[in-house]
Design a protein around this ligand. Structure first.
Ligand SMILES: Cc1cc2nc3c(=O)[nH]c(=O)nc-3n(C[C@H](O)[C@H](O)[C@H](O)COP(=O)(O)O)c2cc1C
Length: 385
């Protein structure tokens, strides 16, 4: 069978066959490694899309190792995704802002709520062992976590950098000087204008349907408004795109490519515990919930009794970084008790579409073939003139 043709300017700019990007999905609960590892990214790149590693939790040495592993698995273009939120930009040697308390300073009401939740869920709350190496110890004075990661990306000359949160402003000049294409995720029109002004080559407009961190505006409403707001900067659509129909729809709307996470969560190459994959395959579109429980920012997950208990407490979540500290002992205790059904299971509303685990190449090929077929046959269904 001949390969379908589905090309946009994104394909020419980035050097890929198809305008489909694997979302750079970060760490799986209970492990330090991302969902989107070198294996998954290579599978997508080799199939003609753009594979992106979810690099946020990797210190530079591991990030370099993952990039080199990916290069050994593919000679095609690829990307690396990082988060540029304030907690990853604090320079070593300066103290975190007062809005980010440390473990001993966590608000009493929050600590008590976590104890109550653990009791209600029959989890024995035990302290997590201290981290073996202080995550920031190896940083140079003045260097931030994200800054050190970006240096690794520059040295490795990765083809594409994607910023999942925040703005690429402080790194844009260096990235561009090294020929690295910058994608920047946003969930609002205001943020879209900001990142376009700050040097993003592509604005990734991510609607609320998305798995993981997400905003409040639906993909359909957001993508068209972002396209108008940032023109002539091109836009990539994200959130709920897990079929050829959705891909064709977004290209027709004016997006240059689609950034897909949930669709690839059920790929055989995705680094995800079997239980999480099972729950996504079993889920209907209504089974996800947006919560600040896991990171302090709004994140879409397959719901579970822990999220429901947290939401019932009605507390305001702590800032990103601090919220993770708040639930650290609870997460550890959950893992220790083998209650994996309570762990983070980030996934989008498109989960309702997914029914089987299969190779990433097959997922991509089906999306592309369907989109190409639909767009090609549109004239038969829709008469224009
Ligand atoms: C398990 C999971 C982990 C994610 N981790 C990250 C991340 O580390 N960085 C990031 O920019 N986006 C992350 N996201 C969001 C995705 O990049 C993407 O925007 C989203 O999955 C797109 O919507 P969809 O899931 O409906 O395809 C994650 C999403 C999921 C489902």
């Amino acid at each position: 069978m001949t390969r379908p043709i589905l090309r946009t300017a994104f394909c020419d700019r980035v050097g890929v066959e198809y305008p489909v990007v694997l979302a750079g999905m970060g760490p799986v609960a209970g492990t330090g490694a991302p969902v989107a590892t070198a294996e998954l990214a290579a599978a997508v790149s080799n199939a003609g899309g753009l594979g992106v590693i979810g690099g946020v939790a990797y210190p530079p040495d591991l990030l370099r190792a993952e990039i080199r592993k990916l290069r050994a698995l593919t000679d095609k273009p690829f990307g690396v995704d990082l988060l540029l939120s304030p907690n990853f930009l604090i320079p070593r040697g300066s103290s975190p802002p007062a809005s980010m308390p440390r473990a001993g300073e966590l608000p009493k009401a929050h600590v008590e709520a976590i104890a109550r939740i653990a009791k209600a869920l029959d989890i024995e709350l035990v302290p997590a062992p201290p981290e073996t190496t202080e995550r920031r110890d190896w940083l140079e004075p003045g260097q931030s976590w994200a800054g050190a990661q970006i240096e690794a990306l520059l040295e490795e000359r990765v083809p594409v950098f994607a910023s999942g949160l925040g703005t690429p402003r402080i790194f844009a000049e260096a990235l561009r000087a090294n020929g690295i294409t910058i994608l920047s995720l946003v969930g609002t029109v205001r943020a879209a204008r900001q990142v376009a002004a700050d040097g993003a080559d592509y604005v990734v407009a991510q609607g609320t349907e998305a798995g993981g961190h997400t905003g409040k505006i639906g993909t359909l409403a957001l993508v068209q408004q972002v396209i108008e707001a940032v023109a002539p900067t091109p836009v990539v659509a994200a959130g709920g795109i897990a079929s050829g129909r959705a891909l064709a729809g977004m290209l027709a709307l004016g997006a240059d490519a689609a950034w897909c996470g949930t669709a690839f969560l059920v790929a055989e190459e995705a680094n995800q515990p079997a239980l999480q994959t099972r729950r996504i395959l079993d889920a209907s579109a209504e089974d996800t919930i947006v919560t600040r429980l896991y990171s302090g920012k709004t994140m879409r997950n397959i719901s579970n009794p822990l999220i429901e208990a947290w939401e019932r407490e009605g507390l305001q979540a702590l800032p990103m970084g601090t919220q993770a500290l708040l639930i650290r002992d609870l997460q550890y205790s959950i893992e220790r008790a083998g209650r994996h059904e309570l762990l983070m299971n980030a996934a989008g509303q498109a989960s309702g579409l997914l029914t089987k685990r299969r190779p990433a190449a097959e997922i991509l090929a089906e999306m592309v073939a369907e989109a190409s077929h639909l767009l090609d046959g549109l004239g038969e269904r829709v008469r224009v003139g």
